[in-house]
Every structure is written in structure tokens, then in C-alpha cells.
Design a protein around this ligand. Sequence first.
Ligand SMILES: C[S@@+](CC[C@H](N)C(=O)[O-])C[C@H]1O[C@@H](n2cnc3c(N)ncnc32)[C@H](O)[C@@H]1O
Length: 284
Amino acid sequence: MPPRASPPQAHSRPGERSREAGREAKLLHFIYGQPNLENIRGSPQKVLDLMNEFETDHHMMTVGMSKGKIVTDLIDEIKPKVMIELGCYVGYSAILFGDAVRRNGGARYLSLELNPEWAAIANMLIELAGLRDFVRVIVGRSDESLAQLYLSGEVTRIELLFLDHYKPAYTTDLKLCEHHGMIRPGSVLAADNVLYPGNPPYLEYVRSSVQQKREAAKRGPTRDYGVEGMRERTVASFMPEGDKPAFEVMGNPNLVYESVLRQPVGERDAIEVTRCVGVQDGAW
Ligand SMILES: C[S@@+](CC[C@H](N)C(=O)[O-])C[C@H]1O[C@@H](n2cnc3c(N)ncnc32)[C@H](O)[C@@H]1O
């Protein structure tokens, strides 16, 4: 069964932002149809401003400005050479964060996206923003792309990872990175949508002690998504029904995390910022 392109479409009510099918391509026409296109070319901020303007009457799945600021502050602090995001969509966060990584002396922004049409739209906007040589959109499912990045030697360590894709895959993708030794002291994770639509299994995992994770690991490696506490609609988004992670993973329960919720004022959602601060020796 082919992957579902987007979450089930809700019909918009009068006064609500449009959820019409194909609005991602409409965004591209809106931006490329601007009379002053040459003024916009090469300016990430001008492209983002137009995306924000389009969002005033269209529902888009972008991280937005207030939550985005939490991540750009992290980029200013960490100055990653390479940053990875899971879930590109039409490129809003790739442009916002890719620009910040470049400004901070970084080398590359890698954006992993399942849907090739949205990846193509993102690429056109990334190009317009002048980030074509800096941001690379990798089409495919995140677990397979992460494994490929590791096995090819392109990424052996996570500096800063932005998680914003299939909600049940946050924990399994993190465990996959742990399994390959990509998460080390100093690695930072920023996870979007942890309050809305919510991601209880991920929050539980990153807030668990080493002891609690060792206990849970006694059940052995899993090849299942944890979906407890998630809405059916969230679980049914993006991935084919009955999908399983590509790999059986265990993770590394010995990693010590410090995790905090960062919720902008007036925002119903939040970003969970998790720092790996150590490794505890010992078997489990
Ligand atoms: C919330 S949107 C990302 C928004 C984007 N980060 C932004 O702020 O502009 C989620 C995206 O994740 C993609 N996605 C869902 N599951 C995925 C997976 N397993 N691997 C890669 N991308 C996935 C979806 O196709 C969608 O484009």
C-alpha cells in the first residue's frame, strides 16, 4: 500500500484556515508569482515572510515562528557543523534552521522527507532562499535515511536533531541513532509537537532515568512503534497502515538525558529539548 500523502483532510469551516488538497503547490505558485521575485531571491527571511503570509489563511504543518525561535536559539548556542531534521514538508524549518546553521559557520543541513512532492516544493523554495548549496533534502523514510547516513560515514554523530515527522517514529528513530552510537554526550534533540498533537511515549523515554530504561530494555529489542496516548488520527498520518519501523532496535539505555519542555507564551504546543549529558557504565 502506498504511503498516505498527508493526515486525513478535515473540511475547513467558515473562518477557519483552508485545508484544501494541493495547498502546498498553491504556496509555490503564490511565492513564485510575486511581482518582485528578484528582490526575494537569496533572502531566507523574505521567503519565510511569504510562507507566514500564506499561512494566515491556509493551514500548513510548519513549526512556525515562536517554536522556531527555540530551535534557532539552540543553533546559536551549539553551532552545529551538521544539523539533521526529520520531516521537511515544504521547507519552512529547513530554510529557517538551515540559514541559522550557515550563519553560525556550519557546513550542512540535512532534511529528511518521505513525500517526494513536498520535497520537490521544498527544494524550489530552498533554492529561492539561496540555500540550495547548503540544505540537502533526502527523500525517503527517516529510519532508512538515517541508517544510510550512518553506514555511508556521512553522519556518525548527532550534534543537533530536529524531530518533526511521524509522531510514533520519534522514539524508534532516536533509538536507532542510539544503537549506532550517534548519540553521545553533547548531542541535543529538539522535538516538535510534544503537546499537540502530543507524543507521550517519546516524552516518557527521554525523561526516563538510566535505571528505568534498563528495566524496560529487559523486554528486548522491538520493531514496533509505541503509540500509547496518541490520537488515532496521528497514528494514521503519513505512514501506510500497519507500517513497522525498518529495523529492530534496542537503543542504549545507558545514555543519560536531561530533558525540558519549552513552551512559548500563548502557544498550545511545545518543543522538548533533550541533552545527552553522559553515559553510565554497566550492563542491563
Ligand atoms: C509536520 S511536517 C514537517 C514540518 C517542517 N519540519 C516545518 O516545520 O516546516 C511532517 C513531515 O514529515 C514527513 N514525514 C512523515 N513521516 C515521515 C518519515 N517516516 N520519514 C520522513 N518524513 C516523514 C511528512 O511527509 C511531512 O512532510
